[in-house]
Write a new protein. Structure first.
Length: 362
């Protein structure tokens, strides 16, 4: 079974695509965004997938790829067009190559024109294609920089994308209006630039008179993407929390496992951790008990009492199952606390793993 997710970066209106083979657990990411690396990694972890490769459709001018970051975390291969000439890539892709993940694969089609190194990735059964900026929904990428060419893009789209089966779903690299997917049939008929009876001359006339300003991040994004997203000096700009070993959920909440919290609280710096129990008072002393040293601050009062929590010390939020405390962690982050984690599984997990409590039943 194919696992497929379409993810979105609101800052650059970029789509990232996750494709996984359920049987083998192998997966690929198309066009991952630097700032969303942690989100994408969390999703793969929650779905039980192992990243084998990142694929960029081209050298982007409006965002930085997360390819290098993901390789540091997972050992995944960095793949993009050979003609891009990017440093730190593990393999340069050419027209006709295949990228395998488990029993599935993506077919590589060269679709230059937006840039000289644009690629479209076509799923093995030709049911889906990932077009980057070569073809957008009722539009296409611009052709006025990075060796762009209207004539070349026209040929690329007509010969390599719109030649796919009419029912093939097309997933673009961006959309600025909230649209998510189109098809070969739709774009062949309705694309105002490349569809209908438009020929290469019509298309070139349209593209040569767009008069668009250059992307705001172009001077930053292009050099960074020519390094496959590797920061200058090789140090990532966003670091993992250092006060404990935490994991970030796909929903963006930092979690601490019961074993990690117990070890941290048993160490010489145990006093640094603030355990904030957000259950109701009657639950604090019920059959589950509470963690030694925990402070009771019910969720219903937390927003108004967040100022009582020391901002200079890490805080761990706790409830029965980890649900209410997840919301508590969000509230504390909004209140300005920067070292906050939710206890995964709450008191149910804490008790199930045999850790000590106060006032609970044996």
């Amino acid at each position: 079974m194919l696992i497929f997710r379409q993810l979105f970066d609101s800052a650059s209106s970029t789509y990232t695509y996750l494709l996984g083979d359920a049987d083998s657990g192998e997966a690929v990411l198309i066009d991952p965004v630097y700032e969303n690396e942690r989100r994408d990694w969390a999703l793969m972890r929650e779905l039980g997938l192992r990243l084998v490769a990142t694929l960029d459709t081209h050298v982007h001018a409006d965002h930085v790829t997360a390819a290098w970051l993901l390789k540091q975390r997972s050992g995944s291969r960095i793949l993009l067009s050979e003609s891009a000439g990017a440093a730190n890539a593990d393999h340069g892709l050419k027209h006709g190559d295949r990228v395998a993940f488990g029993s599935r694969h993506l077919e590589v089609r060269a679709t230059p024109g937006h840039t000289s190194g644009c690629l479209t990735y076509v799923l093995d059964d030709h049911s889906q294609a990932f077009t980057g900026d070569a073809l957008l929904i009722r539009g296409c990428g611009r052709t006025d920089f990075q060796q762009g060419s209207p004539n070349q893009l026209y040929r690329s789209v007509r010969e390599q994308i719109l030649s796919l089966p009419a029912a093939c779903l097309l997933y673009p690299g961006h959309d600025y209006r909230g649209m998510t997917v189109t098809s070969v049939a739709e774009e062949t008929r309705y694309n105002p630039r490349l569809g209908g009876d438009a020929n290469a001359t019509d298309f070139a006339g349209y593209m040569n008179n767009l008069g668009l300003p250059h992307p705001k991040l172009m001077d930053i994004a292009v050099p960074a993407n020519l390094r496959c997203g590797r920061p200058e000096g090789g140090v990532a700009t966003h670091q993992e929390p250092s006060w404990a070993s935490l994991t970030c959920t796909f929903g963006g909440i930092w979690e601490i496992q019961p074993t990690v919290l117990e070890e941290r609280m048993a160490g010489e710096h145990a006093y640094e951790i603030q355990v904030i129990d957000v259950r109701e008072p009657r639950e604090f002393g019920d059959v589950l008990g509470h963690i030694h040293g925990a402070r009771l601050l019910p969720l219903s009062e937390l927003a108004s009492r967040a100022g009582e929590i020391d901002r200079n010390r890490p805080a761990v939020t706790v409830c029965r199952s980890g649900t209410r405390s997840a919301q508590a962690a969000v509230l504390l982050q909004k209140a300005g606390l920067t070292q906050v984690a939710n206890l995964a599984g709450g008191m149910l997990r804490w008790r199930a793993e045999g850790f000590a409590v106060e006032d609970g039943a044996e």
